[in-house]
Write a protein that binds this ligand. Structure first.
Ligand SMILES: Cc1cc2nc3c(=O)[nH]c(=O)nc-3n(C[C@H](O)[C@H](O)[C@H](O)COP(=O)(O)OP(=O)(O)OC[C@H]3O[C@@H](n4cnc5c(N)ncnc54)[C@H](O)[C@@H]3O)c2cc1C
Length: 416
């Protein structure tokens, strides 16, 4: 089960009640690290982690890369072994959904009819893939990629087909397209963007990513809207003829799974749970972390929406530490890496926009893009320029001016 259900009725009394000092909802990196950090920071009470995923917490980023490629198998994806959970006294409840939360009473109702009474709860319910509102996009034959369950199905299909269409040129779409091409499929990516990721990364970086896709033999059809998907094999476009392939993967972004939190009365912004730098919400007992959270970042001085693995892990660690009575806060610029075919792109940014993107070509395909807003550095993207990435993160954290003292001006000495 991965789509958010609208089952938000208040909890009703039941005899089957588990008690937990800490209830964690979600088995992604935020939930996993919240549970483990609680223990590691001296939390003594019972910890219960509930996830509607059918598998114990696993490495999601591999699903569009090594796992889809067939180079990594399921056991290698596990974030911890069964005995690790036992040693830390963390109880996993898998394949079960939390359907209602009562913050004041400290009660959660689960889809199996049981209840959990909790002292504190971390909401780490992540995102769900967006289903575009065009005919046929919700056909069961259309592939989406978020959970291991969906990845298993996609991997199996990819073994047996010859061609694929990827709708969307975000990171997951580009990664999966390159991986499927490496598995021998004829792959076409279609997108409203003229080049992948130009809105987030700028035109120059977008052209480089388009080049990386071409290297893998992926065809890119930009500047088009998908108007319908038929039978899970045919995509109608706003311009140009329809595309046909054995498989259609839709990867047009993700939406926070916050129905539960909203129904519990927790304040949200842009559909995400508003929390402070310690991951505490305004509701008593409730914290939130990861993709579903809109957390205050002390370094940025504002709330940020972030959808990166490492940041979800960091936010979960902060939530677990806070719940255990420790002191931790979120202050660094969010960063992530993506691997598209043979190329790794590293990106660190506050992530809420720039008004200037300065592209620096280092030769041999390597590059850095410095992003600024109102002349202040707000992000850096690099390909094979790790020194720029590391110093850029620091410069973004400090809020360096765009010109003069930014690390790119010293790049000649140290960038390569
Ligand atoms: C294919 C793919 C590749 C990616 N690659 C990268 C990458 O290379 N680099 C990077 O930085 N990021 C990558 N990401 C993004 C990264 O995985 C996410 O940012 C991260 O997983 C967010 O963690 P989270 O814990 O907030 O949420 P999630 O990982 O989405 O976990 C949410 C969990 O909550 C569960 N859940 C939701 N609602 C309920 C409920 N009501 N009851 C019980 N359980 C519930 C879900 O089943 C799931 O277990 C990738 C994502 C995908 C899908």
């Amino acid at each position: 089960m991965n789509a958010e259900q609208d089952d938000t009725a208040p909890t009703t009394p039941t005899d089957d009640i588990t008690r937990a000092a800490l209830l964690v909802i979600g088995g992604g990196p935020a939930g996993f690290s919240a549970a483990t950090a609680y223990r590691d920071h001296g939390g003594q009470g019972d910890v219960v982690l509930v996830s509607d995923d059918d598998t114990a917490p696993y490495m999601r980023p591999a699903l569009s890369k090594d796992y889809l490629q067939g180079e990594t198998e399921e056991p290698e994806l596990a974030l911890a072994s069964g005995s690790d959970y036992a040693t830390r006294s963390i109880t996993l409840r898998l394949g079960v959904m939390v359907t209602a939360l009562a913050a004041d009473d400290g009660r959660a109702r689960l889809s199996d009819g049981t209840e959990i009474a909790f002292d504190q709860c971390v909401i780490a319910t992540g995102n769900a893939p967006v289903t575009p509102s065009v005919p046929g996009a919700d056909d069961p034959g259309v592939a989406y990629l978020r959970s291991l369950q969906q990845a298993r199905r996609l991997r199996e299909t990819v073994r047996n087909v010859r061609s694929a269409i990827v709708v969307g040129s975000g990171f997951i779409g580009c990664e999966a397209a390159a991986t499927m091409a490496r598995r021998g499929l004829e792959v076409t990516v279609c997108s409203p963007e003229e080049a992948p990721q130009i809105h987030r990364l700028g035109a120059d970086a977008g052209q480089r990513i388009a080049g990386w896709l071409r290297e893998e033999g992926v065809r890119f059809v930009g500047g088009v809207q998908v108007t319908a998907v038929s039978g899970g094999t045919r995509v109608e476009l706003s311009e140009g003829g329809p595309l046909e392939a054995d498989l259609v993967l839709v990867a047009v972004g993700a939406t926070p799974r916050s129905t539960l939190a909203v129904a519990a009365g927790v304040p949200t912004e842009q559909g995400r749970v508003l929390v402070d730098e310690h991951m505490r919400s305004e509701a008593p007992r409730l914290l939130a972390a990861g993709d579903v959270a809109m957390a205050h970042n002390r370094g940025a001085g504002r709330h940020l929406a972030v959808e990166h693995w490492g940041e979800a892990e960091a936010m979960g660690t902060i939530a677990g530490t806070t719940a255990a009575g420790g002191d931790a806060s979120w202050d660094s610029p969010p960063g992530f890496w993506t691997v598209i075919g043979a190329h790794t792109l590293k990106y660190a940014a506050w992530g809420d926009g720039h008004d200037d993107a300065e592209f620096v070509d280092h030769g041999d395909g390597a590059f850095t893009v410095w992003y600024s807003r109102d002349d202040v550095l707000v992000g850096v993207a690099t390909h094979e320029a790790d020194d720029d990435y590391e110093r850029g993160q620091e410069a973004v954290r400090r809020g360096d001016r765009r010109r003069g003292d930014r690390p790119g001006d010293r790049r000649g000495a140290a960038a390569r």
